[in-house]
Design a protein around this ligand. Structure first.
Ligand SMILES: [Zn+2]
Length: 486
């Protein structure tokens, strides 16, 4: 933690604190990593000054769901369904990473997020093939300076190197979490985190629980808690996928639901199920771009909020989407408005006023995101005493000026290049539009070499075995690519 004093001077401050919807023009003083004062003309002697004139200052974004390790695979999933993604990323490319690849994917992916103003992330890290992979993935996350929850992946990417027949590697991926994986997770949890003061927390990235019987589900949740997971991240409610399995009533009856849980997606959850989650304090991460591409149902964040629950936004698969929160906020905002408009149009009406606002999605991406993972007393707002996880967006570029609505300016207009400064707990990670201490030319060469290695290994693993292995678990017509009637 830095003891340095930093003054962000002369910006338009969006605090995101409940009840403070107005913009304050002034300064933010940071001392010892915390927000010490917010106000006008704060003392600037002997402090590092960040000039925020023509800028908006706001809390760093919170991305509650990403698979950071996939960064080298950008674009491979461009036109993929969830089936294509599952068969090829999870069951093919994921088995082709060595520990250095896991490091580079996570390091560059986390830097990409910081560059875009994301200061807290839940890394659903299912690249934990071996103890070395786990250690490298976490070290990369730590080296980036990111705050967040590093969720140890229960899923086993097939270890093709250890099996002559790819089918054997695939079969090994299903079933209860084996002892070797538990040992790896326990070791990481016990040795790689430094408690409350650590920017990173240990979390659990669950198997796809809708595949499993209640006993196995219970065992996995009990295990995650025994290992001390701060957050249990779980993919579920993915549209019509295995929709006969109603995970939430089952988990509720078993007494498993709790505030340490974060469901991801949830477009297939019923209103009653969302109410159950709200009651139990369970959070939900919506990832609008994946959900819309892959038929996972309407992004659920607004329904979660309406049920009294804990909404948040995530970016999901680095193999397909840009790593910034601006795109997800816009997609969430307009998808929800489109859905409400569609329902009105069915009755031959149009909206006279919009009842879903940019401010709501900006809350999902900041203060609500922090609450979703239990960090609401540390980050997500600009308030005295909170950790200084902040970003500054320039508003004088051709795509930004002039500003007439600050929330609209943050949600609808910026791109990553407008993010000029990013800090986590007072430590400046991006300044004057550039990441601090990153030699991108060298890093890019390493990342590209890693990509080449992964693709070279993947070329020797045919697609057919993984697709044939997975197909019975999915609901498809005779043409495997088309969702079929059940
Ligand atoms: Zn995911």
């Amino acid at each position: 933690m830095t003891n340095q004093r930093t003054l962000i001077r002369g910006g338009d401050i969006l605090s995101m604190s409940p009840g403070e919807d107005t913009v304050i023009h002034g300064d933010v003083l940071i001392e010892g990593g915390k927000i010490a004062q917010v106000g006008q003309d704060l003392p600037s002697a002997c402090v590092d000054i960040i000039d925020a004139r023509n800028c908006i200052v706001l809390p760093g974004f919170v991305d509650t769901h990403r698979h950071v390790w996939q960064t080298q695979l950008r674009g491979v999933a461009t036109d993929w369904s969830m089936f294509d993604y599952s068969a090829n990323i999870r069951w093919r490319y994921g088995g082709c990473y060595d520990p250095e690849d896991a490091y580079l994917g996570n390091y560059v992916g986390a830097l990409e997020a910081i560059n875009a103003g994301i200061t807290t992330m839940v890394d659903h890290s299912h690249i934990t093939i071996s103890p070395e992979h786990s250690a490298h993935a976490l070290k990369a996350f730590r080296d980036s300076g990111m705050r967040g929850v590093w969720c140890f992946g229960a899923f086993r990417n097939p270890d093709y190197a250890a099996h002559a027949d790819p089918k054997d590697a695939l079969i090994e991926g299903f079933g209860p979490v084996p002892a070797s994986v538990i040992d790896n997770a326990r070791h990481m949890s016990a040795t790689a985190f430094q408690g409350e003061d650590d920017l990173l927390r240990f979390g659990w990235a669950a198997n796809e629980l809708e595949f499993y019987e209640p006993d196995a589900i219970t065992a996995e949740i009990v295990l995650a808690r025994e290992l001390g997971a701060a957050t249990i991240s779980m993919h579920a409610g993915m549209g019509a996928f295995r929709s006969e399995v109603r995970l939430i009533p089952m988990m509720n009856e078993a007494g498993l639901l709790g505030e340490d849980m974060l469901f991801v997606h949830g477009g297939g959850f019923t209103d009653a199920e969302l109410a159950t989650l709200a009651e139990a304090g369970v959070a939900v991460s919506s990832t609008p771009e994946t959900e819309m591409q892959m038929g996972m149902g309407h992004p659920v964040a607004a329904r979660v909020a309406a049920s009294g629950g804990k909404p948040s936004l995530g970016i999901d698969i680095a193999s397909n989407f840009a790593g910034d929160m601006f795109a997800q906020m816009r997609l969430m905002l307009q998808a929800e408005r489109r859905e409400r408009g569609r329902l009105l149009q069915a009755e031959n009406h149009m909206p006279g006023r919009l009842d879903f606002t940019a401010a709501q999605v900006l809350r999902y991406a900041t203060v609500d995101g922090a609450r979703a993972i239990g960090l609401q007393d540390k980050v997500g707002r600009i308030a005295v005493g909170l950790d200084a996880d902040l970003l500054v967006i320039r508003t004088d570029a051709i795509n930004m000026a002039p500003v007439n609505d600050h929330v609209g300016a943050v949600v609808l207009y910026p791109n990553v290049h407008d993010v000029s400064m990013v800090m986590v707990r007072g430590k400046v990670l991006k300044r004057d539009g550039r990441l601090v201490g990153v030699d991108w030319d060298t890093l890019r060469e390493r990342l590209t070499a890693s990509r080449d290695r992964i693709l070279h290994r993947a070329a020797s693993i045919p697609r057919a075995p993984a697709e044939e292995f997975l197909a019975p678990f999915w609901y498809f017509s005779k043409d495997m690519r088309q969702p079929g009637a059940r």
